[in-house]
Design a protein around this ligand. Sequence first.
Ligand SMILES: Nc1ncnc2c1ncn2[C@@H]1O[C@H](COP(=O)(O)OP(=O)(O)O)[C@@H](O)[C@H]1O
Ligand SMILES: [Mg+2]
Length: 292
Amino acid sequence: VVLLAVLTARPDLAIHGELAAAAEARGLRLDLFDAGSLIASAWPPDVLGPDGRSRLGGVSAVLARVGNWRPDSTLALLDAMAAAGVAMLNGPAAIRRGRDHWRTAAALAAAGLPHPVTVAGSEPEALAAGAAAVCGFPCVVKQRRSRQGVGVILCPDRPALEAVLDSLWRVGDEVVVQRFVAPGGLSRRVLVLAGEAIGCTEHVAAAGEFRTNAARGGAVRAVADDDVARLAVSACASVGLGFAGVDLLFDGSSWLVGEVNPSPGWAHFARATGVNVACLLVDALARLAAAT
Ligand SMILES: Nc1ncnc2c1ncn2[C@@H]1O[C@H](COP(=O)(O)OP(=O)(O)O)[C@@H](O)[C@H]1O
Ligand SMILES: [Mg+2]
């Protein structure tokens, strides 16, 4: 029996119910793997229940969704699944890359894809000086694992940049500093699945806000843009992901890749585009399972 799985530390989220329903409608079995109650074994590579017994029997393909709740534990489970030969849309190395603004910048640069100028450093004074020279003002400080715009901070001048870097340094958060893509407040998001763009939305920030995230009050509408779709497909490939939400920022004349999110939500995207993301994901997982 072909068994599909979704691995998540948040099985209660609505999208996981959507995925289970989409699988059931196709006569497929999809299990929700609750990362909170599972145990990763490095050798032999396996995923165990609290009783110490393998839970992997029959699982042929998995979609992992890794948020900021205990991400390393969820990724340990995914490492074990990969080593045990389970097929996956997004592998653990690619998820680690996409979750991290620095590693994403490096992957995009290696592929020659347009991305805002990005620098990393540690000591606040040295980083503020270097970033001021390279990025100018305003600039954007990002926690390397920001989500939904939380941890993405606009700094208008050198004192603000120093204050932000100093606070984050004290709490131990690793950051990047990025050139502000002016005028700001406008982005497009493309969902890419198995090397194809499945739709594109445009996001306009709320008044007084530069972040366009729907979670920060940004307005979302569907758009058709083949050039941005092609750029997003290349960005997703450069990070090595089979499924991602790619954010593109407009600099007044062209689009730059802002981030490649390995665990995108799709409620706003689905509402704006009418695309049934859960069904497409289940089909892609089933194709992966059939190919192994
Ligand atoms: N360098 C930048 N210049 C202008 N706006 C930016 C820049 N970086 C991020 N933003 C805005 O902030 C939002 C959130 O940043 P993003 O890198 O996508 O992180 P997150 O994972 O938190 O969504 C983006 O959608 C965009 O609207
Ligand atoms: Mg984003």
